[in-house]
Design a protein around this ligand. Structure first.
Ligand code: MSP
Length: 530
């Protein structure tokens, strides 16, 4: 049977500085979604990449005294090795300097020009180089600063091409009114409607002449195409749109979900859909602008010295711990504050105490009371059906939560099984049952129920924490090939008879105050090396 396709994207990141855990956050979320969809039987395309053109990149290369292409090549290698370290399961990595992308963007530009949706005029207004955004004087904040990033904007006047964004205003309003998925969460949708759509959209300047690092306008080569026009098109050029091979485009477009941070929702829910409307091709099915991870002194910045990178965190605690923390601690649509203390505390409570403890206690009891063999169900008793309901009912809830991009909610559902199982141990007191030969049948059932709950947990966490899932399965004697989504709905006692093996401690308990200090030191050391 042909699998249903699922296409998920991250923003393509600027290769102008080292990526921090803000970037990691979006990419990890996309990775979990992609892994989950593959796990539940979809044919997945997970796209990420690098946004390599524009004034900012050219300036960064110049500051380093480097040739721009060489500079981006080096930075892109770094991004790729970062994703490798984090075991990001992307299927394609698009670079906007790829020939295939450049040619397709030129074609798109030409098509819209011929259609009359792009026209030549003159731009006079303000520009924020770090955001690569045009602003009217009215939109600027006090002291002529950018409304998005608060940095100074500068006045520019140049001959330019414009995209008729205003022409699509009514269609966009209709889309916003009729299709909730055009912009999630609702708060950001309202913001777009009230701040941009209702006051009226201006046409968008889509070319620059004051620098040359970009894709040339094919019929007027002193212009380079505006970096945001170039960038948003990656979502279709990566699939081969306007190339010799459009198979992937046919298979995966429209995208199921574009994931991005809230500051670039405007480009994704207004400009990008309008370009697609102009091209007469379908809009993405869902656009989600998640919140920001904030730090002690507000948004991360190198000058404030409050940047957090993933490397020291994964070196100390592993990829699974970082993934778990980022997706559990913060509600995906909202801002949240990162602190080392919050990180360590979650590791301790959820991973070491709840999950780690459940696995080590249960395995130890099976070793001690049943010669390391998982027994089968014999004498049913109190609490069994409640535990089983929580465990077998979680799959559907987890799937729903992930489909709604509620990663934190999905993990909470899984942790309900873990907490219920730990409580089940306290309620059934296997160590007391073990003292009395006549309770052996009850003890067997309790041990089976625990092992089976852990099996379900291990499968459910697979898309989030692959390594931990595999380690737990190995301890339960489950083969890697049997880690399958459908197995959580199995009613048979498939693991009865398996031999369990004690493994290493999955997540060691940490002394919070001491650990926070050590982590700070490790972060500082890492920053000095950069
Ligand atoms: N190149 C553009 C995107 C073009 S997409 C067609 C860009 N790049 S970026 O390198 O600045 O990355 C911005 C994205 O990184 C955000 O939209 C978000 O996905 C992620 N984040 C960067 N900092 C972040 C936080 N502090 N918190 C959460 N996400 C953050 O914009």
């Amino acid at each position: 049977m042909k699998k249903e396709s699922f296409y998920v994207t991250t923003p393509i990141y600027y290769p102008s500085g080292k990526l921090h855990i803000g970037h990691t956050y979006t990419t990890l979320a996309a990775d979990v979604l992609a892994r989950f969809k593959r796990f539940t039987g979809y044919d997945v395309m997970f796209l990420t990449g690098a946004d390599e053109h524009g004034e900012k990149i050219q300036v960064s290369a110049k500051e380093k005294g480097m040739d721009t292409q060489k500079y981006v090549d080096g930075m892109v290698d770094e991004i790729k090795s970062e994703w490798k370290e984090l075991d990001i399961s992307y299927d394609e990595f698009i670079r906007t300097t790829d020939q295939k992308h450049k040619k397709a963007v030129q074609k798109i530009f030409e098509t819209l020009y011929e259609k009359g949706d792009i026209y030549k005029s003159e731009y006079e207004g303000w520009y924020c180089t770090p955001c690569e955004s045009f602003w009217t004087e009215k939109q600027l904040k006090e002291n002529k600063t950018c409304p998005d990033c608060d940095r100074p904007a500068h006045l520019t006047k140049e001959e330019a091409y414009f995209f008729k964004l205003s022409k699509y205003q009514d269609r966009l309003i209709k889309e916003f009114e009729e299709n909730p998925a055009i912009c999630y969460p609702v708060s950001r949708k309202n913001e777009m409607m009230n701040n941009f759509l209702k006051p009226g959209l201006d046409d968008l300047c889509v070319s620059r002449t004051s620098f040359d690092w970009g894709i040339k306008v094919p019929f007027d080569t002193k212009h380079v195409i505006y970096v945001w026009f170039d960038a948003v098109c990656n979502y279709i050029t990566a699939l081969g749109f306007e190339s010799d091979n459009t198979d992937s485009y046919k298979k995966y477009w429209p995208a199921n979900v574009h994931l991005l941070g809230k500051e670039i929702v405007r480009f994704h829910t207004l400009v990008w859909p309008a370009i697609l409307m102009a091209l007469d091709i379908p809009l993405p099915k869902k656009i989600f602008g998640h919140g920001w991870i904030l730090f002690d002194a507000g948004k991360m910045s190198k000058s404030k010295g409050n940047v957090v990178y993933s490397k020291p965190l994964i070196d100390r605690y592993g990829i699974d711990a970082l993934k778990y923390f980022l997706l559990r601690e913060f509600t995906f649509g909202q801002d949240g504050k990162y602190t080392n203390r919050a990180f360590i505390t979650r590791l301790n409570t959820d991973l070491a105490n709840d999950l780690g403890n459940l696995v080590s206690r249960s395995i130890a009891m099976i070793v001690k009371y049943n010669k390391a063999i998982i027994p089968s169900i014999k004498e049913e008793g109190e609490f069994d059906s409640e535990l089983r309901e929580v465990a077998t009912g979680a799959g559907e809830k987890v799937e729903n939560a992930i489909d709604n991009l509620d990663f934190s909610g999905a993990l909470e559902e899984i942790w309900k099984i873990i907490r219920r199982s730990n409580k089940y141990i306290d309620e059934t007191t296997p160590w007391i049952l073990a003292k009395d030969e006549s309770s052996k049948e009850r003890l067997d059932t309790v041990l089976f129920n625990l092992a089976d709950s852990i099996r379900i947990v291990a499968i459910l966490i697979y898309p989030f924490m692959k390594n931990t899932s595999e380690e737990i399965c190995a301890q339960l004697g489950i083969d890697e090939k049997d880690i399958k989504w459908d197995a959580i709905f199995e009613k048979d006692e498939t693991i009865a008879g398996n031999t369990v093996t004690k493994g290493r401690i999955l997540f060691p308990r940490l002394e919070i105050d001491k650990e926070v200090l050590e982590l700070e030191e490790a972060n500082n050391k890492y920053m000095q090396l950069l």
